[in-house]
Design a protein around this ligand. Sequence first.
Ligand code: COA
Ligand code: MG
Length: 269
Amino acid sequence: MRRSQLYVPANNEKMIKKSLEIKADTIIFDLEDAVPPEEKGKAREMLKQFISELDWGKEKELAVRVNEINTKEGLRDLIQVAELGKINTILIPKAEGNLSFVHKATGKEIIPIVESAKGLFKIEDVLTSEGVSAITYGIADLSLSLEGKVDEYIKNDYVRTKIVVSAKAYNVEAIDRVYFDLQDPEGFRQECLKAKNLGYNGKQAIHPSQVEIANTVFSPTEEEVEWAKRVIEAYEKSIKEGRGAIRVDDKLVDYVHYKLAKRILSTPH
Ligand code: COA
Ligand code: MG
């Protein structure tokens, strides 16, 4: 379950400690853009220390966003993270091709971040890498790579739809991108809803206040659960009577709706 993934700068002791009490499904300790170049070594050391010293429980997925893997810092990050048993997952920024070596070398699950023209164009190469369990994307870096404007790409449905279609074609989860405006929880909620309706499984977050919103939106609502129960009951009864198409709440229900209802009830609610 990856309804919410919170970024925590790995050089910030206060935020690392704070993240213990935040109910994000994934905590992503960031070694990349939230950490200035001269702090990279310190951030790796802090990460190592706090991952082993603090009690992270079993509830959360612990992940690290490494630096670009074709740089020295990125390679140092990978070697370090490979040694951290409590880290399940590595996020790879600017993913543009086959990433199987990262999984082979570290044994960790991989979440690529598509955020360049080449990454979007070559998304199948990225998704067919070994160990990929989800995919996400970054709109600011993508705009930069395209020599376009962030404000334009924030409104762009092609990118959001392309990512989720590609993810589902290869049976991995799709996680929607971060939302930069911390003063606009309603805007964040609307983006969560839009992403959920397109088939995304969760959304990335940069602030604790966004986590609860994502958790709520990406869990089935009470109405959805009630609808699913009604559909399953009615459909299973009708099947015994030899009927595959029935009327529920004045709408057609057949096998596809039964499967949709099953999926809703299989999501924790
Ligand atoms: N993780 C953990 N705790 C966080 C947090 C985060 N991402 N963002 C804020 N907090 C904590 C603060 O430490 C503060 O704790 P306190 O109440 O115990 O003092 C509380 O939440 C409220 O924070 P606030 O004052 O509203 O945040 P800010 O204005 O200081 O910081 C940001 C805003 C955007 C700089 C900060 O949220 C942040 O660094 N986010 C992550 C950025 C990142 O990782 N980017 C990379 C991916 S795009
Ligand atoms: Mg980025």
